[in-house]
Design a protein around this ligand. Structure first.
Ligand code: GSH
Length: 203
């Protein structure tokens, strides 16, 4: 049984999609980051960087923060979505890290400057919007003739990128401009486990 700490964000949804895809037993704990619940001392023991998502695996008492690490842990625990032959393994890590180091931080800044900033900052919008569209172009070129990011097999790399692309409207991105990304996105969004994962936390 996994205790899963999350909120309504792409980083949280990477993990809820993975839990649903793997069919692992879990209990969701909503951490309202709008009310600073991530600074609760009990939560900081699990997630010392005061961010969701985080998990505690009740089977062994292990706690983990950082969505990329959690995805690798759950893949190893379930034996799913992380091929272990050297080529598949490292291609998956490569595109997972592309998400962790590129898509996540840059799209997150786009969301901030487009929706949350208390003042209009054209420079921030332009800088991160340009980089966001460059990343879409990289993904689109990579997905040409492929169904998935790594070794043409559904993996934690796809699961990591998907909830960020799902907010394309927040990014003022038209997926029709990136047809390979759109094809990939539509096929993954048709998966029942993805649809369930995108609804967590519920309510
Ligand atoms: N690199 C981290 C980023 C996690 C992250 O940025 N979480 C945000 C929500 S998406 C958060 O909890 N923010 C609260 C805060 O910074 O105080 C991961 O991938 O897990």
């Amino acid at each position: 049984m996994i205790d899963f700490y999350t909120w309504f964000t792409p980083n949280g949804r990477k993990v809820s999609i993975m839990l649903e895809e793997c069919g692992l037993d879990y209990t969701t704990h909503a951490v309202n980051i709008g009310k600073d619940e991530q600074f609760d001392p009990a939560f900081l023991k699990i997630s010392p960087n005061n961010k969701i998502p985080a998990i505690v695996d009740r089977d062994n008492g292990r706690s983990l923060m950082e969505s990329g690490a959690i995805l690798m842990y759950l893949a190893e625990k379930s034996g799913k979505f992380w091929p272990q032959d050297p080529d598949g393994k490292w291609k998956t890590v490569e595109w997972l890290m592309f998400q962790m180091g590129g898509v996540g931080p840059i799209f997150g800044q786009v969301h901030h400057f487009e929706r949350a900033a208390k003042e209009d900052v054209p420079y921030g919008k332009k800088r991160y919007g340009t980089e966001c569209r460059r990343l879409y172009a990289v993904m689109d070129a990579h997905l040409e003739g492929k169904s998935f990011f790594a070794n043409d097999e559904y993996s934690i790399a796809d699961i990591a990128i998907l909830p960020w692309v799902a907010r394309y409207e927040w990014q003022h991105v038209d997926l029709a401009d990136y047809p390979n990304v759109k094809r990939w996105f539509d096929s993954l969004m048709a998966r029942p486990a993805v649809q369930r994962g995108m609804e967590i936390p519920a309510g």
